[in-house]
Ligand binder design. Sequence first.
Ligand code: GAL
Length: 375
Amino acid sequence: MGWMSWNAFGYDLSEEVVLATADTMLRSGLYAAGYTYLCLDDCWQGGRDAVGRLRADPARFAHGIAWLAGQLHTMGLKLGIYTCAGPRTCAGEAGSEGFEELDATTFAEWGIDYVKEDYCDAPPERSAALERYRRMGMALRATGRPIVFAVCEWGKRAPWEWAASVGASQWRTSDDIQDAWGGTGGILEVAERTEPLARWAGPGHWNDPDMLVVGLRGRSRAGAAGTIGCSEAEYRSQLSLWAMLAAPLFASCDLRQADATTLALLTAPAVLAIDQDRLGRPGGRVRRAGPVDVWHRELDGGAQAVAILNRSDDPVSLRVTWPSRHGPAPDVINAWSERPLEGGSELLRLEPHATVLYRSASSGVNPIIGLEPER
Ligand code: GAL
């Protein structure tokens, strides 16, 4: 869990931004909730020096990356960085092709804790991607420093089949997420693209459906100019679905300006607990009833999570009943409100694209969902 700079900042990234974001993470409860990585995405670079070592843009990172990592480590935080498997990154900066060992060593010397490697300007074949990522994966491992390795080739060459074998802990499953619900790259499409891949993920090797767009509200690269982003219900659904997918959680809005609602969504304890559940087994869709999808995820210790999602553009009313095997009311909470489900049943009105997320302490009990006519 952490934060990634791309969506909100692009080239407007600087050490000041990173330190102010780190400060916010500590003060706002994000760090206490589990967000620890701050990741510089593309656009931190300032070319290579005379011996070929990467350097940060001195205008925006005056003290250098090693200094920045040191500052974050003192605060109990971790620093991530971005590079690319081609000679140029997606934004045209220096990439790592042919420099894998040197760059891995440089990152380790700087105290980097996470490396995202992109795939712009690189050959399309799966064998080439595998080879390039293997080179970086092995080079990072050879440094002896524990560094999370994140493969970012957008799910184009089935990385779930090979990325763990080249040392990656996570791999993107899709193109860039958009600050939108529908369409390509929207929350629903990315979630549904990732959902069938559950069996490839588990502790230490995760499907990555990309950053959280929660709180962007249209102010980012992740979306067409002039749009207002997602509704609160849609942002809540992204967190609910990412939790069901056991996805890495990287916030990407400008946390320095995040309002109380955004912070409350990002730090909802019972939702994050589902995402980070120790069993590490992603869930998936188990039922479709008209506009409503039901997702199920098995949790540690025999518990389970159930998400009920309204895919349609209209509100839906439904009655959810949890049959109990052990007495009058089963042990079920709404993971967003953390309130127990009184009497094991409730009538819900789900807004368009809204999700209700439950956690049940006992397994083997499936809720019965009955659609009610809209009045
Ligand atoms: C894309 C990548 C994004 C971001 C961007 C930076 O390829 O998917 O997450 O890293 O490049 O240029």
